[in-house]
Design a protein around this ligand. Structure first.
Ligand code: PMP
Length: 279
């Protein structure tokens, strides 16, 4: 199969799958998700993603329909049905099915899985960014399906010919990208926003910080501002879709590009880790 869709035990070609109209995701976006890359039929960092998925569900009191082990087995059994093993593995759980009412419906959630062909970027070619005010709510640490602000920000970036929108809160604190984490290098030190309720604790971010430790690069988990972003030696964007990329333009101005050696050490470490784990 080229693209696969799964819903509560049923699966088939993604384009042919249908879901019940009363799935609470249709009324309220009532669910959480997680996702990561797969190469050569090996799903990368699966335990970390599944742990976060269960944490997100627990934060919203969604009853999981499967255990962590069952989910991993299901993901692998579906991945093995695919024509090729370079994929983006996406899963979400929604809070069951029921006539629309705000308070919870009883019973376990609905499990959705999609598999789509994908490859990660090698992180060599710089990307372009815009910035936009972060008008999201205060639960950004939970990976919920309420993604309208990030949809609007991503569209704004696309219309500006850019790859990603970087969010900032009033006062200028940079939080994260619309679907990535944002970090800067300045004078040999990596700065990244702390994992409070304003950002998603990215799995690729965690790998970046572990890379810093392994390579002896100092890092600080402290908020940084838009001005610091514009003046950074390098601007690094991480996410599970593309692991590690750097930016050369922000809001139409030149950015980063002043510490290519340090960026390259991090990029090659992270790519190596990915290729080794999925060989
Ligand atoms: N922040 C947001 C808002 C995201 O959607 C993502 C992508 N999942 C990330 C950060 C990066 O997280 P990860 O490295 O786990 O993909």
């Amino acid at each position: 199969m080229k693209r696969l869709g799964y819903y509560n035990g049923k699966f088939g070609p993604l384009e042919e799958m249908t879901v019940p109209m009363n799935d609470r995701v249709c009324w309220f976006g009532d669910g959480v998700y997680d996702a990561g890359p797969c190469r050569n039929y090996h799903i990368f960092a699966l335990d970390e993603h599944v742990d976060r998925f269960f944490r997100s569900a627990a934060a919203l009191k969604i009853e999981m329909p499967v255990s962590k082990e069952e989910l991993k087995e299901t993901l692998y059994s579906l991945v093995r049905k695919m024509d090729q093993g370079n994929l983006f593995v996406y899963y979400q759980v929604t809070r069951g099915t029921g006539i629309r009412k705000h308070a919870f419906t009883d019973g376990p959630g609905n499990l959705w899985i999609t598999l789509n062909p994908a490859g990660i970027s090698d992180g060599l070619e710089p990307i372009q960014l815009i910035t936009t005010e972060d008008t999201r709510f205060f639960h950004c640490d939970i990976k919920t399906l309420n993604l309208i602000p990030t949809v609007m920000a991503s569209q704004k970036a696309e219309e500006a010919g850019c790859m990603e929108a970087v969010f900032y809160r009033p006062g200028g604190r940079v939080t994260e990208g619309s679907h990535s984490n944002v970090h800067i290098l300045k004078d040999g030190v990596l700065h990244t926003a702390p994992t409070d309720h304003l950002i998603l604790p990215g799995i690729a971010r965690a790998h970046l910080l572990r890379a810093c430790t392994a390579l002896g690069i100092e890092f600080r988990e402290e908020a940084f501002t838009l001005d610091e972003l514009y003046a950074a030696d390098e601007v690094i964007i991480t996410s599970s879709s593309h692991l590690c990329r750097h930016a050369d333009r922000i809001d139409g101005r030149d950015a980063g590009g002043k510490d290519p050696v340090l960026y390259e050490r991090l990029r090659s470490y992270l790519l190596n880790e990915f290729f080794t784990a999925t060989a």
